[in-house]
Design a protein around this ligand. Structure first.
Ligand code: LLP
Length: 388
């Protein structure tokens, strides 16, 4: 349970970030990767771009994985070196490509031949060169929520693996393009190492194919995707990075001189964040009891959008004296104030007897929480605070 005494006294709803847990998580990643000097871990900025969080991750020596120039700028502002910034995304705008070239980022992860041609054109106009890796769709299934798989042939991401050799050859014909490697990403919130084993197998096959065609990639980027324990954040505050990194160490057949890149988002920041919200009303419906809180899907969209689960804790009830009321449990739906029926965090959920004014935590919300907030219903965006 989150400790209520460490919370700031500010207007709810807000995000609270446990930077000590973030530091432990970053240390755990470094412990597994520091002995491989050809490995690079890029933090996926899309998961959480709070400036203090970005600064802490940059200061720990990580690179950044970005999907818009806004993210590239946020990464540069936080102190990530341009030489460790990669830029992916199926729809990079011309101005974003221009600015990223001027910023001299490490490489573009290119998702189509059409995009490659535009990058080449812009690099030529700017009289510079563009380093590109190709995002190859590995057509590997992954065990996760339907909305967040990305590596199947029917997804919009990447270049079909059948086209890989042709596209690399095209790139080599372009005067201002330097082909630097291959990029993959099969999905997010993956807990079965077998999914990553399947990715390694596919990468090995594709590397054989590349080699047979007389081609060589300097960089292999395996994307992100390692999941976290949403059910038991206090039992597993730090994900199993050992199993994750060992899967790649054992499964990938890297070629001489190749650099290996990872793009971890959720596993770095999810467990260090919670959304703190206050109970406005406890409403007794005909067949249900509703806990109506002041946070809605505008603050944390994952339950409404993906059917995702975030553990709910009543922090105030936990701190009430051991009265009978505090030990009593009721079954509630915890819902927000937005004018949409999908604005529900959990249904039929056991919580201690809950009252108006109680503080509630939605746990494991450090990734894809604050950053996905919206202003629907003219609501204020939630702020993020560091734990005191
Ligand atoms: N690399 C690429 C190319 C990606 O598309 C993503 C995430 C990552 C890295 C980082 O993946 P992670 O390590 O965080 O799994 N909003 C969704 C998740 C979308 C993930 C999109 N891509 C959610 O709330 O679950």
């Amino acid at each position: 349970m989150l400790d209520i005494t460490h919370l700031p006294r500010v207007q709810t709803p807000y995000y609270i970030y446990d930077t000590a847990l973030l530091a432990r998580t970053l240390d755990a990643i470094k412990a597994e990767t520091c002995t491989h000097d050809h490995w690079h871990v890029h933090y996926a900025v899309k998961a959480n771009a709070h400036p203090d969080i970005l600064r802490q991750i940059a200061a720990a020596g990580f690179g950044a994985d970005c999907v818009s120039f806004g993210e590239v700028q946020a990464a540069l502002d936080a102190g990530f070196p341009a030489s460790e910034i990669v830029f992916a995304g199926v729809g990079k705008a011309d101005w974003e490509i221009r600015k990223a070239l001027k910023a001299d980022i490490a490489m573009f992860n290119v998702e189509s031949l059409e995009e490659l041609e535009v990058i080449h054109e812009i690099a030529t106009l700017l009289n510079t060169r563009a380093r590109v890796s190709f995002r190859i769709n590995p057509d590997v299934g992954a065990h996760t929520l339907a909305h967040i798989t990305t590596g199947k042939a029917e997804n919009k991401f990447g270049i079909a693996k059948e086209d890989m050799v042709r596209v690399v050859r095209e790139a080599q014909q372009m005067a201002r393009i330097d082909f630097t490697g291959l990029h993959f990403h099969i999905g997010s919130q993956l807990l079965e190492m077998d999914d990553f084993v399947a990715l390694c197998t596919r990468i090995n096959e594709l590397q054989d194919e590349l080699e047979a065609a007389g081609l060589h990639a300097d960089n292999i980027n395996v994307g992100g995707g390692l999941g976290i324990d949403y059910e038991a954040p206090d039992t597993h505050p730090v994900p199993d990075f050992k199993a994750y990194f060992q899967t790649f160490a054992a499964g990938l057949r890297l070629r001489a001189g190749q650099q290996l890149h990872f793009e971890l988002g959720r596993s770095v920041v999810a467990q260090m964040g919670s959304l703190i919200t206050r109970v406005l009303y406890v409403k007794h419906g005909t067949s249900k009891h509703f806990v109506i809180v002041d946070a809605g899907f505008t603050d944390l969209i994952r339950p409404a959008f993906y059917g995702a689960y975030h553990k709910v804790e009543n922090l105030s009830a936990a701190s009430r004296t051991a009265s009978q009321e505090a030990t009593e449990e009721n079954i509630y739906d915890v819902v927000g104030p937005i004018c949409e029926s999908s604005d529900v965090f959990v249904t039929d959920y056991a919580l201690p007897a809950t009252r108006r004014g109680d503080l509630i935590a939605l746990r494991s919300a450090g990734a894809y929480g604050e950053i996905m907030a919206s202003r629907y219903n003219c609501r204020e965006l939630p702020k993020g605070y560091l734990m005191e």
